[in-house]
Design a protein around this ligand. Structure first.
Ligand code: MN
Length: 143
């Protein structure tokens, strides 16, 4: 698999520490990453790039992640992109709200750096959207 064929993941997260952590974990697993700190920035990124998946923090400044997800689902240009929600609060009902908004998966923070990439790959294999490239989680493991 050449570098240009690695899946591209858009990470929408306003917490800089968590954003850096997710970028590092996904890059180590062989993904390419693009980042945004809020919905408006993410929308600008999406006008330029077509990611294979989006990791969406629910609690964002400005438009929240679930409202933004609903908008992406309603837009034919972005409707098929798998979206995985991230939340700091494992509140009862959060998962149902995320799935109702159109998310394909749901992770709670803090992320488990040992399993995050594998769990993301599992979500994407169940909800591939129009993902045409397979994701391997073998690269970088065992280190
Ligand atoms: Mn947040």
């Amino acid at each position: 698999m050449s570098e240009t064929q690695s899946p591209l993941v858009l990470i929408v997260e306003d917490n800089p520490t968590n954003l850096m952590l997710i970028v590092a974990v996904l890059r180590r697993a062989g993904y390419r990453t693009v980042t945004a700190v809020d919905a408006a920035t993410a929308a600008a990124r999406l006008a330029e790039e077509r990611p294979d998946a989006i990791i969406m923090d629910i609690q964002l400044p400005g438009e929240d992640g679930l409202t933004f997800t609903s908008r992406l689902r309603a837009d034919p240009a972005t409707a098929a992109i798998p979206i995985v929600a991230l939340t700091a609060h494992a509140m009862k009902g959060d998962r149902e709200r995320a799935l109702a908004a159109g998310c394909d998966g749901f992770f709670t923070k803090p992320i488990n750096t040992r399993t995050f990439a594998r769990e993301l790959a599992e979500v994407l294999s169940r909800h591939p959207g129009d993902l045409s490239r397979s994701v391997t989680t073998e690269r970088g493991r065992g280190a």
